[in-house]
Design a protein around this ligand. Structure first.
Ligand code: MRU
Length: 323
């Protein structure tokens, strides 16, 4: 299926996964070609590709690449897929979409009629996952856009657009859909320290889409809410536990608390692949902790004492108040 998108940051040709390198944006639009499972693992780990749905699709592509390589070398596909699944699951622990996509790939392989058909079946699965993501993003974006007031002033966190899903976007998809209907007055994009997904990636996407936006420091959220210039907060999710607890980019919890205090609607947008009924509560969701230099250094520039101790959780947990 072809998709009516200006932004298509993830392209799968049944053999190679091409990725718009998100570590280089917005300064450079550089593509990387991943044609081994190790290259896919590297791309996920280093966040060349990131965002819960996009890393799920990338992981499925890693499985398809592993199956094709084994079959072309005349090796058994089962052990190659088990190894690939192990490597891919070890990349990033919080977003459940990655585990979900690896399991879908293993199931697809197990139900292929012939071993010779596994690589092709997994290749087609990746295409199907991209199509499903488009359908989910478009549906939730239309539903979400209808919840926003006319001429809405909206805060968003991290990056949840095409870059994060390989499709239309989730929380940013809602903003995009509302903008297409002429209903967005201003999007407040927070920087999303320490990786700056808001400043680097969401600003890049909104610029390309022509959506009016203002970049704000993370720490300005409560002040903007208190000023009466914000109608809603819209964020994505990396995993929603069975009880409704939401794991998302670090800083989401502080936004949720401030929005609650100021009576501002707070929406979490996610596809079904992000809902994890096997995890009962947020307390059981593994929270990724990343390296200290993400906090100590901006670009090439050290911003603190070189060996200062750092705590750098990549995600936090929010709980809907009425649940
Ligand atoms: O560490 P990242 O950049 O992969 O984190 C991304 C987020 O937290 C997003 O909000 C989430 O994955 C939803 S993307 C549609």
């Amino acid at each position: 299926m072809s998709h009516p998108a200006a932004l298509q940051p993830l392209v799968w040709d049944q053999r190679v996964l091409s990725l718009l390198d998100q570590t280089d944006l917005p300064q450079r639009e550089r593509w990387v070609q991943a044609d081994t499972v190790e290259a896919v693992v590297h791309a996920i780990r280093t966040m060349q590709v990131r965002g819960a749905p996009a890393i799920g699709i990338a992981a499925a592509a890693g499985m398809a690449i592993a199956a094709r390589a084994a079959s072309e070398r005349g090796e058994a596909i089962g052990p190659a897929l088990d190894r690939a699944a192990h490597l891919l699951r070890g990349t990033r622990p919080t977003a459940v979409n990655l585990r979900w996509a690896v399991e879908r790939a293993l199931h697809e392989a197990a139900t292929a009629p012939e071993p010779a058909e596994v690589a092709g079946a997994l290749g087609r699965l990746v295409t199907r996952l991209i199509d499903e993501q488009w359908a989910a993003d478009r549906a939730l974006s239309a539903l979400g856009a209808a919840l926003l007031p006319d001429q809405a002033r909206v805060w968003t966190h991290c990056n949840t657009g095409a870059l994060a899903t390989g499709a239309y976007g989730t929380a940013l998809g809602i903003i995009r859909a509302a903008h297409e209907r002429g209903r967005i007055a201003m999007v407040y994009v927070d920087e999303s320290r320490p990786r700056l997904q808001g400043a680097r990636l969401t600003v890049w996407e909104l610029t390309r889409l022509g959506v009016p936006h203002t970049l704000v420091p993370d720490v300005a959220a409560a002040a903007l809410m208190a000023s009466g210039r914000l109608d809603a907060v819209v964020v994505g999710a990396d995993r929603v536990a069975a009880n409704g607890d939401v794991a998302n980019k670090i800083g989401t919890y502080a936004l949720a608390l401030a929005a609650r205090h100021h009576g501002i609607p707070f929406y979490v947008a996610a596809p079904c692949s992000t809902i994890d009924l096997r995890t009962p509560t947020g307390g059981a969701i593994p929270i990724e902790e990343r390296g200290p230099d993400e906090v100590r250094v901006i670009g090439q520039e050290a911003i603190t004492v070189p060996d200062v101790a750092v705590w750098n959780p990549a995600f936090d947990m929010s709980r809907p108040p009425s649940w």
